[in-house]
Design a protein around this ligand. Structure first.
Ligand code: SF4
Ligand code: SF4
Length: 431
């Protein structure tokens, strides 16, 4: 297999296709610290793309309750188990010498799904990516075990008594919102023997060509995130298309001047947990240095948002701010060795990070650049860091400005939410 460079693993890895990169890459940051599990995003997607016959069980966007929930059920635990079996005790990171541009989380020394596949041939010969095909009933709910928590101790009084102390809760769950990660090295694309799956050169969106697909479901098996789904009425597989007409700015009502807009699931999020954008790539696939792009700032500058299961090796382009109350070993398995740093950043954001965090769901248009106008200091708060150390956080009422693709200002928002007092006579309570 050819060797490709995966910056999330900090090393080259084998992949069935030669390295080739788009000009821009569709990417997003989700913040599970704020997600309320309302599934508005899920329904926004469902009512747009998967409401037809044969798509009943499809949820291109779903929000699952961790640790027990999953769509399909146990998708991540199952694959982690298969990788462990292929490489017992070897799925480890060496985070001793990170380097911001080429190996920000250190080096993953274990096996990716592509490397493990070479070792574990399937019944019909070697596969290109290690995976499995879920049974039909495993797809039965987008959020099975909804809001079911887990506790670390058996004594009832201890389990629930003092469970709400940061940095970690003894009883915990969190909502994990998921869509296709439009991966740099997609497992679905690698697994398709018909070459029906492709990555668009203009924005890195991964699509299935319906005229080439024959419904073999190798992509369902090979996507580690289980985000391609089989449709029995057409006998083809389908997946999230990243609402590409919106990304292209082709909706005349939303984008009169061709401005790229965020996807339906992003734009509908009531918890303001989502920020989506496009990342400029160098020819070799490295992220072009662009610290005033909100996503670049959050992911590469501050490393407050981390990839989901980077060890699978697909270089997913979905990133998460780890939830602060969850045990660190669980989070490290899910997001890699950057968890402590990310949580420390998020627990006590400095002035710039605090301003950029306001941009989540501030505009329907995709933001390519931000600026900050300084305001007055409005508060000092004592914050307990994950280490137990306390720090005084200064809060400034700065204004953050967001600019669209054409460098036009489309949002201006302050750190402190403005309040307005309505004149009493004009709004008397009718009862
Ligand atoms: S998340 Fe799955 S379906 Fe989406 S691009 Fe990656 S491998 Fe393919
Ligand atoms: S709409 Fe937002 S807050 Fe609600 S479940 Fe989806 S991601 Fe979470």
């Amino acid at each position: 297999m050819p060797a490709v460079y995966n910056w999330q693993l900090g090393r080259a890895m084998s992949y069935p296709h030669a390295e080739r990169h788009p000009q821009w890459q569709f990417a997003f940051v989700f913040n599970p610290n704020r997600c309320i599990g309302c599934q508005t995003c899920t329904m926004a997607c469902k009512s747009t793309w998967t409401f037809s016959k044969g798509q009943e069980l499809m949820w291109w966007n779903n929000v699952e309750t961790k640790p027990y929930g999953g769509y399909p059920q146990h998708w991540d635990a199952k694959l982690l188990g298969m990788l462990e079996e292929a490489n017992p005790g070897g799925q480890v990171w060496n985070a001793s010498a990170p380097e911001p541009a080429s190996k920000p989380y250190g080096v993953f020394e274990g096996m990716t799904i592509f490397e493990a596949a070479e070792k574990v041939p399937g019944p019909d010969g070697p596969r290109r990516a290690l995976g499995y095909l879920p049974e039909d009933d495993e797809w039965r709910s987008p959020n099975i075990h909804e809001d079911t928590a887990t506790g670390g101790r058996q004594n009832e009084a201890e389990r629930y008594g003092d469970s709400v102390q940061l940095p970690e809760h003894k009883v915990w769950f969190f909502h994990l919102a998921r869509i296709c990660n439009h991966c740099t090295y997609p497992g679905c694309l690698a697994s398709c023997p018909r070459n029906a799956i492709y990555k668009r050169p203009e924005d890195g969106i991964v699509l299935i060509d319906q005229s080439r697909c024959r419904g073999y479901r190798y992509c369902v098996e090979g996507c580690p995130y289980k985000k391609t789904m089989y449709r029995p009425t057409t006998r083809t597989s389908e997946k999230c298309i990243a609402c590409y007409p919106r990304i292209e700015g082709r909706d005349p009502a939303l984008s009169p001047e061709g401005e790229p807009c965020e996807t339906r699931c992003m734009a509908a999020c009531v918890g303001k947990i989502r920020l989506q954008g496009l990342i400029k790539l160098e020819e070799n696939g490295a992220w072009a240095v662009d610290p005033k792009n909100p996503l670049y700032f959050l992911i590469r500058e501050r490393q407050v948002a981390l990839p989901l299961y980077p060890q699978f090796g697909t270089e997913p382009n979905g990133f998460y701010i780890p939830p602060r109350w969850v045990p660190r070993d669980y989070l490290t398995q899910m997001f890699g060795p950057g968890v402590e740093h990310a949580i420390e950043q998020y627990s006590c954001p400095d002035r710039e990070l605090m301003a950029v965090l306001q941009l989540f769901r501030a505009s329907r248009q995709i933001l390519f650049r931000y600026e900050i106008e300084h305001g007055d200091k409005v508060a000092e708060v004592e914050v307990t860091l994950p280490t137990g150390e306390t720090r005084v956080q200064e809060i400034f009422n700065d204004t953050v400005l967001g600019f669209n693709k054409f460098d036009k200002e489309v949002v201006r928002i302050t750190v402190e939410e403005p309040t307005f007092e309505r004149p009493r006579e004009a709004h008397l309570n009718s009862i």
